[in-house]
Design a protein around this ligand. Sequence first.
Ligand code: NAD
Length: 283
Amino acid sequence: MDHTFPDDLKGKCCVITGGAGVIGCALVEALARAGVKTGIIDLNGELAICKAKEIADSTGGKVIGIAANVLEKASLFEAKKTINDALGPVDLLINAAGGNSPKATTGAEFIDGADIDHLERTFFGLDLEGFRTVFDLNFMGTLLTTMVFARDMVERNGGAILNISSMNSFRPLTRIPAYSAAKASINNFTAWLAVHLARRSVRVNAIAPGFFLTEQNRFLLYEKESGSLSPRGRKIINATPMQRFGTPDELQDATLFLLSNRSKFITGTVLPIDGGFSAYSGV
Ligand code: NAD
């Protein structure tokens, strides 16, 4: 794959949250190949440092890893200082920290006659703490991080922000209401912030990935014991016209495009990358 097309990215400084995760690492690799200096921020600092070294070694790029929590502003300010000292002012931001949790997932898809005696498996049994954790990680983690890192862009009159949304943001999937609501909020926030920052030449867009197999969703898509597709995994494949899960490298070029000047008149959009999932009515 040719990662050199957006030459204007060369030498820029990008921060990516959740950058030690499966999708994050694929994006960091693409950034490093495009000559972007990248700061990986992740709750798992050890993994962030290890992935940064691995990607720097394999691409020859400048990548550093830092432990920080996207839900703690003080920890983000500390990370910003380290990044500014090592890589310079921040030009680009990718908000990729996010995910779902079994604690914010209902046991049942629908409430039917059989569930009426087991409402704890439904919406009524949702653990509020679990719900709040997932909502905050996906939405507040994007909001707070942007508050901390977009300042450099506004002060220097230029930059680009990419939020990571999801298919859930357009039509919620069953069982995961906190994740769906948070990703829908990200779309709304993307449009709002794009307008707010437009006069300082800072663009804000999002990508909405379809289904990519990672640790956070494996428990929903595959049976633990047999390793075969779960009924939910099978439904997703059937609802994806391309009939497969995506691979993280399939998010790389869209990311580079939306961060680079090649998309300089595009702001406030959410781009689905989903093998046709969002276009398909099922009939
Ligand atoms: P992942 O679990 O592999 O990566 C998420 C990373 O975020 C992890 O490294 C984790 O340590 C980090 N993280 C978690 N909490 C944090 C916090 N409080 N502060 C800082 N870092 C934190 O997941 P992924 O699949 O690579 O997901 C990346 C993004 O893509 C997420 O926003 C996810 O919602 C989104 N997404 C994923 C899919 C998919 O199919 N995998 C689909 C649509 C959207």
